[in-house]
Design a protein around this ligand. Structure first.
Ligand code: FEO
Length: 231
């Protein structure tokens, strides 16, 4: 609990709005911070009631605790995705398939972008962020196809995670987060399609060395592009 006697010092620093008075206490909203404080009539700060987040148009909203928690976890999941795809790239590099390795290196960059976008969104909403340890990805694979199938399985898993956050935002009418997640919903659709296409191509051409070489050349052409979503 904070206890402040020199209220005037604080008053000079921030723009306060008195919200309401109750018995010997009153509540003040600080626009710049922005937080809600509880004061005594002698201008002693009893405690910070809660942190409040401001929408651009000045409407007060709070990022729901569960939504914030799921977004925070998703940052970790996206960094894990990057780690996983780098492990795939390592495998293909060892196999002499540098085009495949390039494809997954680019994918890893995109996953890092996803993590950074969610982090930025949380920061824009003044939501606290906690980084957890990133799990060790699998790095032992028996075949090329096993890696591609693991990629598709992982993307379907991530789609489920995104849908879960979307559902939590929907439950509390957090339309802002839903709008933010729309980009991720579309992105997941594209990533599942890409992963599935790779499997189809490997099925068609993977058993023939010359065709595999050409497929590897095709994947070598993939280049990184910054995400279309800008916050
Ligand atoms: Fe960011 Fe492919 O999930």
């Amino acid at each position: 609990m904070l206890f402040l006697t020199d209220f005037n010092v604080v008053f000079r620093c921030f723009h306060f709005i008195t919200l309401f008075v109750k018995r010997n206490t009153f509540f003040i909203f600080c626009e710049k911070q922005p937080e809600l404080y509880c004061f005594s009539r002698r201008f002693e700060l009893y405690y910070t009631v809660l942190r409040i987040f401001i929408f651009r148009k000045g409407i007060l909203i709070m990022l729901n605790e569960k939504v914030a928690e799921l977004l925070n976890t998703q940052i970790n999941k996206e960094f894990y995705s990057a780690y996983l795809y780098l492990a795939f790239a390592n495998y293909f590099s060892d196999e002499g398939l540098d085009g495949f390795a390039n494809w997954y290196n680019v994918q890893a960059q995109e996953e890092r972008d996803h993590a950074m976008l969610i982090r930025q969104y949380m920061q824009n909403n003044d939501a606290p962020i906690t980084f957890e340890a990133i799990d060790k990805p699998d790095s032992e694979f028996k075949s090329h196809m096993e890696v591609l199938e693991a990629g598709l399985k992982h993307e379907r898993y991530v789609t489920g995670l995104i849908n879960n956050i979307y559902g939590a935002a929907y439950d509390v009418k957090d339309f802002r987060t839903m709008q933010f997640l729309d980009w991720f919903v579309k992105e997941q659709g594209e990533e599942e399609t890409n992963a599935n296409d790779l499997i189809k191509k490997m099925n068609l051409f993977g058993s023939d060395p010359k065709s595999l070489y050409l497929l590897d050349q095709e994947l070598a052409a993939r280049t990184y592009a910054a995400p279309s979503l800008v916050l």
